[in-house]
Design a binder for this molecule. Structure first.
Ligand SMILES: Cc1cc2nc3c(=O)[nH]c(=O)nc-3n(C[C@H](O)[C@H](O)[C@H](O)COP(=O)(O)OP(=O)(O)OC[C@H]3O[C@@H](n4cnc5c(N)ncnc54)[C@H](O)[C@@H]3O)c2cc1C
Length: 439
């Protein structure tokens, strides 16, 4: 890859980082005829949602679940030519949560004749009783009120609504970890309230589960790169930004790891919160975020092994969600463990053994299944911690330095770290640059 060593200003926007947010920004700019050059430090695109090769199969760096409410993500995927009908298994919400102590809880819209949301209420009532339904209703109906007041933790919210222990343990804790990747004692009630409003609080299709049918890199990143190139832009892999060149509060370019310099009118820093913190350093400081991990334990069972659902939830165990990934490799299960916890101190072998035992005990179809292989992927900095009051510290795209822009899942929006938030922010950042340059 040749980098032009130059201090001449070009009418170019450079995007640093080829995760979903940087790619969304670059796609939007390229579509509007702006010259864009995206650089990515890694050998592949996708960032925290990327392809990983394991033996001869392509899997994900971590199992992702999208929902019907990810409208920006779906529109962006369509724009770059992905057929969103076939790229996902789209199904009405149909979650069963197994627990060693409590009976299985159903968060499901499946019913022969009851319409949404009565179907959801009916299944909840059947599995958690009228009392359970009443308490879930209390939380759901208090989201607007929660959002209009000062932020509190999810625990404080649940306490204020006198939620029974079973619902906390079997529903709210796992839902909060799955969506905010943050334990309820620290998690922002505002962010969970927004997630509940946008998923369960709207039309039935917004609550749909979207499980990718292909590896994440093929869901958007690779097609986005082709789109950028087809629209006159360029994408450079294995190209690491080292330092921004800022003089008199105006950005003129950046220095790469190999010592060369690139000039640009605008630079979008589209790296993760910790990478952005390092890159901006004292030049344009942002708040330091806490990051929380997500581990995915891949268990390869005998080829004929299947779950009876696309995904199953577990509570009261280390394992939290089990996804049937037979589409990627027949008999492959992905077990997700979100957030910090005891699993972090286990070795990979210990973790696999523990997860295997839990699935044997609580997932019917896996009770006697033959395990042939396993892989643990620990993403230590999977997401920023969605803690109480986080919204006050999330930066905006338009920085105080002329020509310097920021995007990424952590830039201010109403959501926790999600692909939807990453895409939404990337698009919005690009639109702000377009608006400014057309003034
Ligand atoms: C295991 C796991 C499971 C998840 N599950 C879900 C889920 O189910 N649903 C959901 O919506 N979200 C989920 N997420 C969150 C989602 O993946 C992220 O919110 C999203 O991918 C963030 O994208 P981004 O573009 O903001 O940042 P990133 O993906 O972090 O992209 C930043 C990019 O910048 C590159 N980079 C860094 N430094 C430099 C440099 N100096 N020069 C050049 N390039 C650089 C990096 O290599 C990276 O490619 C999950 C995340 C993980 C890790």
């Amino acid at each position: 890859m040749n980098h032009k060593s130059s201090s001449t200003k070009q009418n170019t926007t450079i995007v640093i980082g080829g995760g979903w947010s940087g790619l969304a920004a670059a796609v939007t700019l390229a579509q509007q005829g702006h010259h864009v050059h995206l650089i990515e430090a890694a050998k592949q695109l996708g960032g925290r949602a990327r392809n990983v090769t394991w033996k001869n199969i392509t899997i994900d760096n971590g199992q992702h679940l999208m929902i019907g409410a990810y409208h920006h993500m779906l529109a962006m995927m369509k724009l770059v030519g992905i057929d969103t009908e076939t790229a996902f298994h789209r199904q009405s919400i149909d979650i069963e949560l197994h627990d060693p102590i409590y009976p299985t809880l159903y968060l499901s819209a499946h019913h022969r004749w009851l319409p949404w949301p009565l179907s959801l209420a009916w299944n909840l009532c059947k599995s958690a009783g009228l009392r359970g339904l009443y308490h879930v209703g209390r939380i759901q109906s208090s989201t607007k009120n929660i959002l209009s007041k000062k932020d509190i933790t999810v625990s404080e919210w649940l306490l204020s609504k006198k939620q029974p222990t079973r619902l906390i343990k079997q529903l709210w804790e796992p839902l909060c970890l799955a969506t905010l990747n943050t334990p309820i004692d620290e998690a922002s009630a505002h962010l969970l309230a927004k997630v509940l409003q946008d998923s369960l609080g709207k039309g039935k299709s917004d609550a749909d589960s979207l499980i990718p049918t292909r590896p994440l890199g093929d869901m958007f990143p690779n097609a986005a790169a082709m789109f950028i190139k087809a629209n006159g832009g360029s994408v450079s892999l294995k190209t690491r930004a080292k330092q921004l060149i800022i003089k008199n509060n105006t950005l003129s370019g950046l220095r790469l790891q190999d010592g060369s310099e690139l000039a640009a009118d605008n630079i979008i820093v589209a790296t993760s919160p910790s990478q952005t913190y390092q890159l901006l350093a004292e030049q344009a400081p942002i708040t330091k975020f806490t990051d929380y991990p997500i581990s995915t334990v891949y268990l390869q069972y005998a080829k004929h092994t299947r779950l009876n659902k696309a995904m199953i939830g577990l509570t009261g165990t280390l394992s939290q969600w089990v996804f049937d990934r037979s589409e990627q490799s027949p008999g492959l299960m992905a077990v997700v463990i979100s957030g910090p916890g005891n699993h972090e101190s286990l070795t990979n072998a210990q973790l696999v053994e523990r997860v295997k035992q839990e699935l044997q005990s609580y997932v019917d179809n896996l009770a006697n299944a033959e395990l042939t292989d396993s892989l643990v992927i620990r993403e230590k900095r999977a997401t920023f911690a969605s803690i109480k009051n986080i919204e006050a510290t999330r930066p905006i795209s338009n920085s105080s330095v002329d020509g310097l822009w920021l995007t990424g899942d952590f830039i201010a929006n109403a959501y926790p770290a999600t692909l939807e938030g990453a895409i939404l922010n990337g698009q919005s950042c690009a639109h702000q640059i377009i608006a400014q340059t057309s003034e």
